[in-house]
Ligand binder design. Sequence first.
Ligand SMILES: C[S@@+](CC[C@H](N)C(=O)[O-])C[C@H]1O[C@@H](n2cnc3c(N)ncnc32)[C@H](O)[C@@H]1O
Length: 307
Amino acid sequence: MVISEISNEVMKEAYHYPVMYREVLELLDVGKRKVVVDCTTGIGSHSYKLLEVMDKEGFLIGIDRDQHSLNVAKARLEPFKGRFSLVRDNFANLDKILSDLDIDKADVFLFDLGISTYQLSDSARGFSFLKEGPLDMRMDRDSFLSAYDLVNNLSEGELGNIFKKFGEERHSRRVARFLVEARKSKPISTTNQLRDLIIQAIPGKARGGRINPATRIFQALRIAVNRELESIEVALSCAISRLASGGRIGVISFHSLEDRIVKHFYRDYALKNILKIINKKPLTPTEKERGENSPSRSAKLRVAEKI
Ligand SMILES: C[S@@+](CC[C@H](N)C(=O)[O-])C[C@H]1O[C@@H](n2cnc3c(N)ncnc32)[C@H](O)[C@@H]1O
């Protein structure tokens, strides 16, 4: 995909508002850093801001599983040519990624978890229940399993577990039962089909809230398809061991499952005197940012320093 194919609206938001970037630059003390790893480069909005303020001798490694996003990042980061390297991989492979680049320690690791507005707004990726698209949800389009495979092949019990564990959905069993019943007549193959079935499955009273009833089920499927939580755990422990003394790690998370993992990791490493927690309470976007960039609303930033 080339930049001209991306809607102006999406690019405008993504260009101007990498989530909490001022807080990221300040708390990670980016200005004086030499080796910075952006573990979720996406279309490069944070990477751009990082490179703007980094030491001119510094080097940024940008990682993402999504080749399409990296293509955009590569074009956008052109002004910093020679000062960065982009790697298409799962950040769970951080150890190998850094070894292949001959990097032992880094001064900064940044994780901006989940999916981007760019990915969400592309209906062909199947992440959004607001747009008709195939049931896909793979961040890495070469990976084997899609949301279609899970929804149409897992047992009712397995689906229910996914909805409960990764979506914290109260009606997980009921939704699973509805889907298994519906797929007997024909496969569930589009985002709209899935959304409508979820809405039918969730009892009327529970549908009235501020959040669309499909939100939690779509989140759960996306996490399962991309094995998101396992990757975060592996990557965090690797990043902490590869962080130079005095270096900082920052993680922006967007839901409680991610935030809980980060909080526990930091706490465990702080108890072992490996990390010093910089902000005890997670930072959240200012009201101004929340107003200007709605996807930032649920963001939480936690920063820690290697002792
Ligand atoms: C919220 S977006 C990041 C946006 C980015 N900070 C920017 O400024 O454009 C999250 C990105 O992380 C990527 N991602 C999520 N999990 C990943 C993983 N395990 N390995 C590598 N990339 C991952 C997604 O493909 C997505 O592009």
